[in-house]
Design a protein around this ligand. Structure first.
Ligand SMILES: Cc1cc2nc3c(=O)[nH]c(=O)nc-3n(C[C@H](O)[C@H](O)[C@H](O)COP(=O)(O)OP(=O)(O)OC[C@H]3O[C@@H](n4cnc5c(N)ncnc54)[C@H](O)[C@@H]3O)c2cc1C
Length: 449
């Protein structure tokens, strides 16, 4: 045992701590892991993977597609290396969250469980099932994936403002030091731990070339982003449909927690100290507040995040048409810009924010489809899928969420003229399928599928 570890064990509150990684797949600036390390004499670090996610999900759409799965595997591989460098090990358990953890906690006689606070309704439900099974076991949940913790917010969660603008005006004046917590040493593993580690050979090499999962890759991307020119022009370029440097591309690492939002803010502050604050650097923090807003929105509204009527209490006048849905998913609609975006998503796992707004607007307005199917398809395909940002943005665009205007239809022709005037993006992704009908009908106008 080295001196740091000895120090840790002298001060420890618990003999055996269990740290459960979820959307916080990093070691640096992982406040929940830091807490576990400070308070446990020995520690087990685990991640629970439920393989049914690759098969089942909302509305029969598997919840995790190949891009995110590969990104996740890469992230776990890097996490394992980071833990090993600190004398620890990553144990990957396969099965249902509450059942496999019930088994592990009972078998190893765990004294306390540590996790990061999760905003997802189902994730919170799984945790509360586990807590009900062990009513006397301490569970420590640390705010770890937001800029502010709940007590720091200038309102009670129940009073979260109904719109993003009101939220932003309340939280922007809060001053906060975004210093990053380093984690150099971790308590040792218990002896004779027999659970298998993560097998690198299961790694599926389908990841998008632009995004490599993991903490190291995320930190490299962060450093490279702020060392170039892109942050200085972000406000002007962020709406572009393509081009890697037009927006930050932090989202996949943020979604899996390979990077913390505090690390990003610390890097942004450093950039501003060196090059001066400007409209673009401010706009990066502005966008990060959208993410922050949706986190608290999901936590406040729970399962209503997934409800057809959202927060509005009124069901939209849309439905499910299988042919339209299939055409939208595969990029075979009468709308070239939508097709190009969907083909890009299917091929890479990524789509720009502009693209997401256009395809979601088309889904709801031109195709009259039930927005929840679109959100579920995004959940499967997006490499940066994040429960609150995804379902919150879909609700917003479907007019049942945090949008005071309640109806956001984009004019697809005008948007194409503005964002793809030479049809370069449409050509690159083979979006133009002129003459494609919205529905297949026979001569008497009856649907044929
Ligand atoms: C229908 C729809 C679904 C979406 N689903 C997701 C999702 O599952 N996961 C996800 O991270 N983002 C989602 N977004 C938000 C946004 O499109 C992405 O965060 C952004 O495109 C990611 O690219 P970037 O990192 O380069 O973003 P940048 O423009 O560089 O923004 C910086 C960061 O700010 C945050 N951000 C920016 N815009 C938003 C926004 N509208 N809502 C929440 N956070 C935002 C993200 O963390 C992003 O990484 C969705 C948007 C729409 C319209």
């Amino acid at each position: 045992m080295n001196t740091k570890q000895q120090l840790v064990s002298i001060m420890a509150d618990y003999r055996l701590g269990l740290f459960v990684f979820r959307n916080d797949l990093r070691v640096e600036d992982n406040l929940a892991l830091y807490d576990a390390a400070q308070r446990s004499e020995i520690l087990i670090c685990c991640f629970c993977f439920n393989p049914t996610q690759n098969k089942y999900g909302h509305y029969g759409i598997p919840a995790m597609g190949k891009h995110r799965f590969t990104f996740l595997q890469q992230s776990l591989k890097q996490l394992r290396t980071e833990l090993e460098m600190r004398g620890q090990k990553l144990i990957v358990l396969t099965g249902t969250f509450d059942w496999i953890l019930t088994e592990l906690i009972s078998e190893r006689q765990v004294d306390a469980v540590f996790l990061s606070q999760h905003q997802g309704y189902y994730e919170r439900l799984q945790l509360s099932l586990l807590q009900q099974r062990f009513p006397f076991l301490p569970f420590h949940e640390t705010p770890n994936n937001t800029l502010f913790s709940e007590p720091e917010l200038p309102f009670e969660l129940a009073d979260l403002p109904e719109t993003f603008s009101q939220f932003r005006k309340k939280v922007e004046p809060l001053s906060r030091d975004f210093s990053v917590q380093l984690v150099d040493a971790l308590p040792p593993l218990p002896e004779n731990i027999s659970y298998p580690g993560f097998k690198a050979e299961t790694l599926n090499e389908l990841a998008s070339a632009d995004f490599e999962g993991g903490e190291r890759a995320g930190l490299e991307h962060l450093a490279s982003y702020f060392s170039g020119q892109s942050a200085g022009t972000y406000k002007q370029t962020r709406n572009a449909l393509d081009d890697f440097s037009s927006s930050t591309k932090f989202s996949p690492w943020l979604a899996q927690g390979c990077l913390s939002v505090r690390q990003i803010m610390a890097a942004l502050r450093e950039y501003e100290a060196q090059f001066g604050e400007n409209e673009s650097s401010y706009w990066i923090s502005f966008e990060l507040l959208w993410r922050e807003y949706f986190f608290w929105y999901a936590l406040k509204h729970g399962k209503r995040l997934f409800a057809f009527s959202g927060l509005s209490g009124k069901s939209p006048k849309t439905s499910f048409y299988s042919e339209r849905f299939q055409k939208w998913c595969s990029g075979n609609t009468p709308y070239p810009i939508v097709n190009a975006c969907m083909k890009q998503l299917n091929a890479t796992g990524y789509m720009s924010n502009r693209g997401r707004q256009l395809v979601a607007s088309c889904f709801v307005h031109e195709l009259s489809l039930d927005w929840r199917y679109g959100a579920a398809y995004f959940e499967q395909q997006l490499i940066d899928y994040d429960v609150s940002s995804n379902w919150g943005n879909w609700q917003y665009l479907a007019g049942v969420g945090a949008d005071p205007r309640g109806h956001r239809q984009f004019n697809l022709e005008k948007q194409t003229e503005r964002y793809d005037p030479d049809n370069e993006f449409i050509k690159r992704w083979a979006g133009d399928l002129s003459g494609q009908p919205i529905d297949s009908v026979d001569a008497a106008d009856w649907p044929v599928r």
